[in-house]
Design a protein around this ligand. Structure first.
Ligand code: C2E
Ligand code: MG
Ligand code: MG
Length: 652
């Protein structure tokens, strides 16, 4: 069974915009590319067909005419040669001699006469002596050759062949007709193919414009249309919009790959489909977001029924490509007419309801309340101010001493961030802005600043107290960021800090994904920094689970310290944490020690280290230097005692 780790929340507005713009542009580009390609190919094919239709008969004509001319020339020359030979043997005879007639007629003139030609022997004066005519008048075009018969240097006459080449024209015309018919046929088929292809591309595009290709569900635009249509047609009852987000879906994609992610998405779509009636609308918006639009006659009761049905549909895990994956949904719901009558506005409100529920308690359902919008607006305002604070360098670190409880020796300090809001001049505690930094991702640059500032500080303080260390809080978002280990190593190197001068404090939230967390923790251990588990007991990890984690220090959360003197039961809890941590070879530090009684009890229970208002509140670096570092300059830093005003003095 798969346990899901925390999703890294990204900027929702940015994510949505980015997706839509990208999707549209891609579809358009694909269409244009396919259209251009198909048109080019079909244009080229048409051109080739036209060239073939003209050039095939033309080539035939040219080649054969050339051949016929050659033949006429050579036959005329050969036959004139024969006659010359005969006259050479009988120089006394004239070309008109009847004795020559038989020979001339049968062997020379008619031997292989063509049916489309005339052959003739002319006397020297040009008069015809013998002639063979197969046609009355020869049709155009003709090939003709007249070769002189020369005996002893005297022209006795001429041998003439005249041949009609009209039959070649007929043949060429036939070829032209055949290729023309073939080309027209080809062009027709090509045209049909091109049209079909373009129609397919068009259909594809219009489908893409309406449906999600993975799940086959209608998309955002269709959802808006459907919602608007239902609002307009609704006479009574309510039109409800369910904005559904699959929790931690990014984790599934990251851990199992997109193929599994796609299967989970499809399976989720069909589970959602099973929870609604046939006429109700189910669509996919973007990423892991779905939408259901339906009309209800029983208002909130109907909403509850459907929300519970969806929760039930996702209560068992998906079997996808050999993996068992459990996934839950967070639903935000808005209704018309109660929350508005505009489709897009209702969708935004349902999203707001989902978003605000997800930030606090993912995995349930919530109907929109106006306070949610105010909260989100506040968050957005705060986010903008924090961005500005980072640019204006308005963050500062305060330090709270960490002590050995048995002798109150200050051995280190915890660096705690504050924000000096330049608009109000107020020093804002981390509780008011850390979660916003995490949600917006700004915790990454801010966290880097914290670590670097703490490093610079510890270098200064170590000049006086060589074993002094600073504990730095690192949020889960920062910890899970790619390259976190390298970042820590780089900052330590750049600031020339010994790794044991820095303790990294992590909370149990990083342990949601054991495998990844252990890999990062081991990486940090390799660098040489100390690792402590902050606020222990507030999360859900057990000490047993911690046995596999390379923590050096366990910090018991202040709520256990506050309650430990209330009864034996509360005391036993602290005692067991201390005993088990020691069993695992870890050092224990108690947080939030406010009274001397608490300190005393902790010493008795064997807790080595502590921090709390009893000793000091977090104070700025200069004050800390004066109180805990400067005063020890040159002296043995053994006992330091900084009781906070108004707090009881420690006993003993
Ligand atoms: P934390 O790491 O558990 O820090 C201890 C918190 O307990 C501090 O609150 C400190 O002022 C408070 N505290 C100390 N002694 C006592 C005491 O005796 N009684 C009571 N009631 N409280 C005591 P702070 O400074 O408001 O910080 C709150 C939380 O904000 C921190 O809890 C830590 O989780 C987070 N935080 C502070 N600085 C940073 C930072 O630089 N990065 C990150 N990621 N988180 C930070
Ligand atoms: Mg801490
Ligand atoms: Mg703590």
């Amino acid at each position: 069974m798969f346990e899901l780790a925390p999703i890294r929340k990204c900027d929702k507005l940015d994510k949505d915009c980015g997706y839509l713009v990208f999707s549209d542009a891609t579809t358009k580009m694909t269409y244009l590319r396919k259209f251009t390609f198909t048109s080019l190919v079909s244009g080229l094919a048409m051109l080739l067909l036209a060239i073939a239709t003209i050039s095939l008969p033309a080539m035939y004509l040219l080649v054969h005419m050339e051949y016929q001319h050659g033949q006429v020339d050579s036959e005329s020359a050969v036959n004139a040669g024969f006659i010359t030979d005969v006259l050479d043997d009988h120089p006394d005879r004239l070309i008109t001699d009847p004795a020559l007639e038989r020979f001339v007629k049968e062997d020379v003139v008619f031997n292989d006469a063509d049916e489309h030609e005339t052959r003739a022997i002319l006397a020297a004066d040009g008069k015809t002596v013998f002639a063979k005519t197969t046609e009355e008048t020869l049709a155009w075009p003709i090939a003709s050759k007249q070769t002189p018969i020369i005996v002893d240097g005297e022209t006795k006459g001429y041998y003439v062949i005249t041949r009609s080449l009209a039959h070649l024209l007929h043949k060429a015309a036939q070829i032209f007709l055949v290729t023309l018919v073939g080309s027209v046929l080809m062009a027709y088929l090509l045209h049909r193919f091109v049209l079909r292809r373009l129609r397919l591309v068009e259909e594809d595009q219009s489908r893409n414009a309406k449906f999600d290709s993975l799940t086959g569900l209608p998309n955002r635009n269709e959802a808006i249309k459907e919602l608007q249509r239902r609002i307009a047609n609704s006479k009574q009852g309510v039109t409800a919009v369910f904005f559904i987000d699959l929790d931690k879906f990014k984790m599934v994609n990251d851990s199992y790959g997109h193929a599994v992610g796609d299967e989970v998405m499809k399976a989720s779509a069909s589970r959602l489909r099973s929870t609604i009636r046939p006429g109700d609308f189910l669509g996919r918006l973007s990423g892991a977001e779905f939408i259901i639009v339906l009309s209800l006659s029983d208002g909130e009761a109907g909403i509850q029924r459907i929300s519970e049905a969806i929760g039930k549909a996702f209560s068992f895990s998906h079997q996808c490509l050999g993996y068992e994956i459990a996934i839950t949904t967070t639903l935000g719901i808005a209704m018309a007419p109660e929350h508005g009558n505009q489709a897009e506005q209702l969708m935004r409100l349902a999203d707001t309801a989902m978003y605000s529920l997800k930030a606090t308690r993912p995995g349930g359902w919530k109907i929109y309340e106006p306070a949610m919008s105010e909260k989100i607006e506040r968050e957005l305002r705060l986010r903008a101010k924090l961005k500005q604070a980072l640019q204006r360098d308005e963050f500062e670190l305060h330090y709270q001493p960490l002590l050995h409880l048995d002798d109150n020796q200050t051995i280190g300090a915890e660096a705690l961030i504050r924000w000096r809001d330049s608009d109000t001049g107020r020093l804002v505690p981390p509780h008011d802005f850390i979660s916003e930094l995490e949600l917006s991702g700004m915790i990454v640059p801010v966290g880097e600043w914290v670590l670097r500032t703490a490093c610079k500080q510890v270098v200064l303080w170590r000049k006086t107290l060589p074993d002094f260390y600073i504990a730095v809080n690192v949020s889960a978002r920062q910890f899970m960021e790619d390259g976190f280990v390298d970042l820590v190593a780089r900052i330590l190197r750049e600031e020339k800090v010994a790794p044991d001068a820095i303790e990294i404090e992590l909370t149990e939230s990083i342990l949601l994904d054991d495998e990844v967390a252990i890999r990062i923790l081991v990486g940090l251990k390799k660098i040489g920094v100390t690792l402590s588990l902050d606020d222990f007991g507030t999360g859900f990890s057990s000490l047993g689970r911690l046995a596999s984690m390379p923590f050096d220090v366990i910090k018991i959360d202040h709520q256990f310290i506050a309650q430990m003197n209330e009864g034996e039961r509360e005391r036993s809890v602290v005692l067991s944490i201390i005993a088990l941590s020691h069993g695992l070879g870890m050092t224990v530090l108690a947080e939030g020690i406010e009274t001397a009684t608490q300190r005393h009890a902790l010493v008795e229970l064997g807790c080595e280290r502590g921090q709390g208002f009893l000793f000091s509140r977090p104070i700025p670096a200069e004050a800390f230097s004066t109180s805990y570092i400067g005063c020890n300059r040159g002296a043995e830093p053994k006992y330091q005692w900084m009781p906070s005003p108004g707090l009881p003095q420690p006993r003993g």
